[in-house]
Design a protein around this ligand. Structure first.
Ligand SMILES: Cc1cc2nc3c(=O)[nH]c(=O)nc-3n(C[C@H](O)[C@H](O)[C@H](O)COP(=O)(O)OP(=O)(O)OC[C@H]3O[C@@H](n4cnc5c(N)ncnc54)[C@H](O)[C@@H]3O)c2cc1C
Length: 482
């Protein structure tokens, strides 16, 4: 292991003389500290951090960054551990694990979380997960439109933009951030908002893992908690083009509180795929829900294998379904594209939706129109189209790694020719170069990263061989550059 220039066990915080909770390479439990909270079981064990610091206070985070500065090594960050490519695990970096920030001070019922009834703002550490936050807010009649999967961390999710509940209509989750507390690459604790350190605040809404600092707290606007109802229509894959075209056509004029997806899953008997159109509406009561869903129901294609009209559901129930679709202890490969607005979407996505390589894999069409058509706030997040497409390839046996990942890369090679770019959250930059921001936002973000972290202290984007450093991602299509 690399020589340490100080004795970390005796490293003390400059406030209060606490010992910094650090696990070194030779310590018992190091592998668990590195990988124990990583969701994806397909892991690159050649990446070995120098140490893991389990921060439970902002002062720990500051001291951890200071420690890395003295060591001359990089810092990586983990909130919920759900980045598909385990962006928090980096060669020879000091990994700051923020799970312990949840154990902190105040909050009624959820560690480190507090809610202000007057402003409706919730303040929480980045390691808080969507299900826990919404469990906490439910008592107050509020919700936060966080990630669909219950255990995604707010940190990674919000920094990359956050495709939360009803993103199609309510906009990106990061639009609800009104402030953040940050430890900078120079180990300073600062607050960022529209009024303070506004360039860093701009970057926090869309830089993703290239954010040049460590967020220790988010301040988020909540929204009223509505009732939820589902319409679900299941078809054989022979109907794929008709069904997806119908879904696409319903999007622009659908009720403004209804989220729309089209998913492909393998049929339970493994014989072909099922195409599932799902409409989840957020309404004050059932009468409003029926009204919101009726026109969709009336226009549905014939020949459904199964139909559900306006069935009550809840965040709790939806989280359970998401958990079943994204099981723990599995191997994953995820990729995505924003398909161009003028593309023939069913033709572009047909192969992806009808040739899934494993029983648990699924392909997703997630409608973004009208969010994609409006002038959003000024923030780093600047890439979108009406049509979000993602692959979530799920399997159990390492022997299937090559086959399943090759399928994903093969599909993406074709789809990206019809795309305008991709979302950071479901991407793996080690394997694919594409566009994640508008040209203007990409250049501005690069400048902000250079200003706040000129030495590349914070690891940033994990591209092939982890080389991108301060320069960051190229923000260009692989196929256009060659
Ligand atoms: C099962 C599953 C379901 C998902 N569903 C959705 C969804 O519905 N919508 C959606 O938009 N995305 C979704 N995602 C993608 C997910 O949002 C991203 O993978 C996100 O990066 C996960 O955040 P995390 O904090 O859990 O991950 P981590 O692996 O802990 O964090 C990812 C990276 O983000 C950066 N980061 C995290 N926290 C901080 C911080 N506090 N300060 C500075 N940098 C930080 C670091 O570079 C870190 O390595 C899903 C992922 C999975 C695995």
């Amino acid at each position: 292991m690399a020589n340490l220039t100080i004795q970390p066990k005796t490293l003390s915080s400059s406030q209060g003389g606490e010992t910094l909770p650090i696990v070194l390479r030779d310590d018992a439990g190091f592998d668990e500290a590195v990988w124990g909270r990583v969701f994806n079981c397909r892991r690159d064990k050649t990446r070995v951090p120098r140490a893991v610091i389990r921060a439970s206070t902002a002062a720990h985070v500051r001291d951890a960054v200071e420690f890395a500065r003295r060591e001359g090594c990089r810092v990586s960050v983990r909130s919920g551990g759900h980045s598909w490519a385990a962006w928090s695990v980096r060669q020879d970096a000091v990994l700051i694990d923020l799970e312990g920030l949840k154990g902190g001070s105040s909050g009624d019922g959820l560690g480190g979380v507090s809610y202000d009834d007057a402003s409706k703002i919730v303040s929480c550490p980045p390691s808080v997960i969507g299900r826990d936050l919404n469990g906490f807010l439910k008592e107050k009649g509020r919700m936060f439109a966080g990630g669909h999967c219950p255990d995604v961390g707010l940190g990674g999710f919000l920094l990359q933009g956050g495709m939360g509940w009803n993103c199609k209509n309510w906009g990106w989750a990061c639009e609800s951030i009104i402030g953040i507390d940050v430890v900078t690459a120079e180990a300073k604790e600062i607050h960022c908002s529209m009024a303070e350190n506004s360039d860093l605040f701009w970057a926090a809404r869309g830089a993703g893992p290239g954010f040049p600092g460590v967020v220790t707290r988010f301040y988020l606007l909540t929204r009223p908690l509505p009732e939820m109802y589902n319409c679900i229509y299941v078809y054989p894959d022979s109907e794929f083009r008709t069904v997806l075209q119908w879904v696409v056509d319903t999007c622009p004029t659908a009720d403004p509180d209804t989220e729309i997806v089209c998913v492909a899953r393998r049929a339970p008997d493994g014989n072909g795929c099922h195409i599932i159109a799902g409409y989840t509406t957020f309404q004050p009561d059932k009468a409003h829900a029926e009204k919101a869903l009726q026109s969709v129901h009336d226009s549905r294609p014939l020949n459904a294998i199964k139909e559900v009209f306006c069935e009550p559901t809840s965040l709790h129930q939806e989280y359970t379904s998401q958990e079943e679709a994204n099981p723990q202890s599995h191997r994953y490969c995820s990729e995505n594209s924003y398909v161009a607005n003028d593309a023939d979407v069913p033709a572009v996505l047909e192969k992806a939706f009808t040739t899934l390589p494993s029983q648990k894999a699924f392909a997703l069409y997630y409608a973004m129109n009208p969010t994609s058509r409006r002038q959003g706030p000024d923030m780093a997040l600047s890439m979108q189209s009406d049509h979000y497409f993602a692959l979530y390839t799920v399997w159990e046996d390492a022997a299937d790694d090559a086959r399943c990942t090759a399928w994903v890369h093969d599909i993406m090679r074709d789809v990206e020719r019809h795309s305008v770019g991709s979302y950071l959250g479901d991407a793996d930059f080690q394997h694919r170069r594409t566009r994640f921001w508008s040209q203007e936002a990409g250049s501005r973000l690069a400048g902000i990263r250079r200003k706040w972290d000129p030495d590349g202290r914070i690891c940033g984007y994990l591209d092939a061989e982890d080389k991108s450093g301060v320069d960051g991602l190229k923000n260009e299509f692989e196929w256009k550059a060659t």
